[in-house]
Design a protein around this ligand. Structure first.
Ligand SMILES: C[S@@+](CC[C@H](N)C(=O)[O-])C[C@H]1O[C@@H](n2cnc3c(N)ncnc32)[C@H](O)[C@@H]1O
Length: 237
């Protein structure tokens, strides 16, 4: 069985980690210390899983698809992605945190998934970490955390094939009567290093076609999906 830190050209997890240490690996200490308890404390089941599942459903994955999971963390998306793409597909997960990836690695080993590759590196350098085009790109609760998130978006967008699907799920403060939960939400955003002011899902709505935008969990979770147009015309700002 191939390891979760599977070989992909020169970019194994190990080689990417050492290369990154030299210069460019962003520091993500909160994910280093929090990796072991992330799945337990993240209120996944009650708060974040619905957004994750809506985003993955929105990718419309079919058997054999190649999916890029950016800021994949402990691999909470993997069971859904692997189920959707089957044995013929491939998931490539990228994350800056070795500790988070170790948890993902355990998950892959436990489930004996042979079609998952995990790479440690900065999402702002995505195109130097992975090669080839992807049928789908997914950011779950990561784009609001990644330092140079616009660069990460641009590079992921470049790696997505024309006609491919993209999904971003991320957070903001709850609204309406859910505002009562704001202190808890603020704590979650603070402890995760989330910059909720970015409203990162807007990037899908502005760059993609056939977009959808769902607001879940009292306005705390936003899910945007879309398709990369065949030809992208960018207007300089
Ligand atoms: C809130 S967690 C989300 C993890 C996972 N996507 C999920 O849905 O549970 C944010 C993740 O982004 C990763 N991250 C932060 N900055 C990054 C960067 N520059 N490049 C790649 N990953 C990064 C963190 O290490 C962490 O695993």
């Amino acid at each position: 069985m191939q390891s979760a830190f599977a070989i992909q050209g020169a970019h194994t997890c190990r080689s990417a980690r050492h290369a990154g240490r030299m210069k460019t690996m962003p520091r993500v200490p909160r994910y280093r210390w929090g990796a072991r308890v992330y799945d337990l404390l993240s209120m996944e089941r009650w708060v974040y899983r619905p957004g994750r599942c809506a985003a993955i459903d929105g990718l419309g994955l079919t058997a054999g698809a190649r999916v890029l999971d950016v800021g994949c963390g402990t691999g909470l998306n993997l069971q859904y992605l692997v189920a959707a793409i089957g044995a013929a597909g491939e998931v490539v997960g990228v994350d800056a945190s070795g500790a988070m990836l170790r948890q993902a690695h355990r998950r892959v080993d436990r489930n004996e998934w042979s079609n998952v590759t995990l790479i440690q590196g900065d999402a702002a350098l995505l195109d130097t970490l992975v090669t080839g085009a992807f049928d789908a790109v997914l950011f779950t609760y990561s784009l609001s955390v990644i330092g140079d998130w616009r660069e990460a978006w641009e590079r992921a967008w470049t790696l997505l094939r024309s006609g491919g699907r993209v999904a971003v799920v991320d957070t903001s403060l709850p609204v309406g009567r859910w505002r009562l939960m704001s202190p808890l939400a603020r704590l979650a955003l603070f402890s995760g290093g989330v910059d909720a002011s970015r409203q990162v899902w807007q990037q899908v709505l502005s760059d993609a076609q056939q977009t959808t935008h769902q607001v879940l969990t009292g306005g705390h979770v936003h899910v945007a999906t879309g398709t990369k147009p065949s030809m992208t015309v960018r207007v300089a700002r």
